[in-house]
Design a protein around this ligand. Structure first.
Ligand code: GAR
Length: 202
């Protein structure tokens, strides 16, 4: 049985596309994309999914209570028999209810080397702090913001003449690469948690 992946997003959808490309090319073996969910009606990622023939569902989150919203999303994920949830620019904190229903089966990508620069505008935060390297992290999602155990990270240099756009683009290339790597680790089942550490078992 193929593992069924759901992608949740709020915007552009380039990480979604990278994951979809990897699934289509067999770089994520024995997996299929089952559904894309957007919490914003006008997210460009929705059309990108539909162009690929993938079911894209919009569940607007504006004005909704967090858990009430999450119960609707979880209901859809369960109905679709989803094995792994990939947050790809999904700009909402998940409720404890959501995290509990998919414990260690929700991944997020963040454009910084966590635990540095969680939250919004991570690339801008990194530039302003003056770090000489930054990067991206794929981690399990827990109840806290950008805080769960880390699966994969990649490092990029920060140059003196960097703009937020240039640094973001350099990080994004790595995001697209490591999300596939992290999904493969999780779906292989060959990992275990030791405290916060994700250790490979094979
Ligand atoms: C990505 O850079 C992702 O790391 C970031 O949003 C962007 C979404 O781009 N996520 C966060 O900042 C989460 N805290 P995309 O829609 O093109 O994948």
């Amino acid at each position: 049985m193929k593992k069924r992946i759901a992608v949740l997003l709020s915007g552009r959808g380039s990480n979604f596309e990278a994951i979809a490309d990897s699934v289509a090319a067999g770089r994520i073996p024995n997996a299929e994309l089952a559904v894309l969910i957007s919490n914003r009606e006008n997210a460009p990622g929705i059309d990108k999914a539909r162009q690929r023939g993938l079911k894209a569902v919009v569940i607007p989150s504006k004005g909704r209570q967090r858990e009430d919203y999450d119960r609707e999303v979880v209901g859809l994920l369960q109905a679709k028999k989803i094995d792994l949830v990939c947050l790809a620019g999904f700009m909402r904190l998940l409720s404890p209810y959501f995290v509990d229903q998919f414990r260690n089966r929700i991944l997020n990508i963040h454009p910084a080397l966590l635990p540095s620069f969680p939250g919004l505008e991570a690339q801008k935060q990194a530039l302003e702090w003056g770090v000489k390297v930054s990067g991206c992290s794929v981690h399990f999602v827990d109840e806290n913001l950008d805080a769960g155990p880390i699966l994969v990270q990649a490092v990029v240099p920060v140059y003196d003449n960097d703009t937020e756009e240039a640094l973001s683009a350099r990080i994004l290339r790595e995001e697209h690469r490591i999300y596939t790597e992290a999904i493969n680790i999780v779906l292989s089942g060959q990992w275990r948690l030791q405290g916060r550490r994700v250790l490979r078992t094979e």
